[in-house]
Design a protein around this ligand. Sequence first.
Ligand SMILES: *Cc1c(COP(=O)(O)O)cnc(C)c1O
Length: 477
Amino acid sequence: MTQHLPLDPKDWDQFRASAHALLDACIDRLSQAADHPWQPVPEAVQNAYQLDTHEGGEAAIAQVLASQVLPYNTGSTHPGFFGWVHGTGLADGILSEMVAATMNSNCGGRDHGAVYMERSVVDWTRRIMGFPETASGLLVTGTSQATVLALSCARIKALGKEVRAHGNRDAKLRVYAAAGTHNAIKKAVELLGLGHDNLVMVPQRSIGGAGLDIEALEALVADDRAQGYKPMAVVGTAGSVDFGLYDDLHALVDFAQAQDLWLHIDAAFGAWIKLADQPYQALADGLERAHSMACDFHKWMSVPYDCGIVLIHDEAIHRAAFAARPNYLEAQEAGIGAGDPWYCDYGIDLSRGNKALKVWTAIKSKGTAAFGQSITANCQQAALMGQLVEEADKMALLAPVVSNLCVFTADASLPADQQSVLNKAIAVKLQLSGEAVFSTTKAGGMTCLRAAIVNHRTNDDTIRSVIEAVANARDEV
Ligand SMILES: *Cc1c(COP(=O)(O)O)cnc(C)c1O
């Protein structure tokens, strides 16, 4: 008699039938994504999420997943979703996530398929971004984590690998970034024990100018050195979160080299403009010369959450920052315990999920050119949105459209404080009606509507209809 295993299906045939039905529900949902904007989670459903009951097996849980879970996503699968910077996901993700769950690989290291696949994804990214063959990389949760890793490497360059033993001591390290840089940089500086008072905000040239003001940066660094601080890194931005601006990356690299500072580029979504047509592609020129860069697959590359990557120009510094092999992780000559690199030597996590598979599947399935087309189209759609805003009654752009972001106000004829109230109300109204998701940000202290278009399901008609929806909402508010 076979012994009952409590955590495997009791009946594999029944499991198969339930799984097939759930797969159909997933495919139905995604193929009709345009009919399914974000919706609030009803209280009854929230209550049903409580883990005080158990559902009695796979058939029951498959039904609950289809009816009570699947409908309540972030909504970024919808073509009219432009809020924050949210990726759209890919149908290919259904395939890769299914296989990843089945394989259940631990990608911290050792010798197995997923580790080779991660090498291949890191290699591909390295080539796209123009980093040298000797550069190292690691798949991470996202740009926030990647930034911590990159600045840890910068700290090794500044203080040597002994910093792992004795900490920052009284090194008075400083990091420089443009005002308007993403909060991920601040968090990374905090986590490394520098304190965010030591993240020095460098003025922007102007909204829509070439980003970080390098002359101002030079003066700040010189002043800090004179006062006994130790400048450690400059963080440049390729694709700013508020306006989609790109720093003059070549100028930043030249500055960092002259000053012997680490240059990290936050390119969370903006890196992928490297795949776009001109004139967009050239915005990221110079990225390849940075010491490190961070970007996400889960934003403009549409790979299912979560996945980002850090690339480090100098592999030796990367290893010096993180490698550690205690007794229980000693490398073997052969067997599963062989292989090099082990990805745990490049970052924080030891146990790591199979993020490479979903990236690899997306690229193998669609090809680089298809992503380039989609990214170029998003930039053109942002330009179209900007044009429609300029043509529309009362609306006005609040920053030039440089890449894939469009930031505007619905009624420039009102006083600023009333525009803030109006724009916020319109964002909420359109989210609730399901017509479009804009988020908000501030330009010159005033709240405005913001569309960050990283959505492969958007087309020109979507753009026309959401601007019409903004006009209607404004007239109703
Ligand atoms: C999203 C974003 C981040 C943070 O990345 P996560 O993947 O969300 O951790 C950092 N910088 C910019 C410019 C971003 O858009």
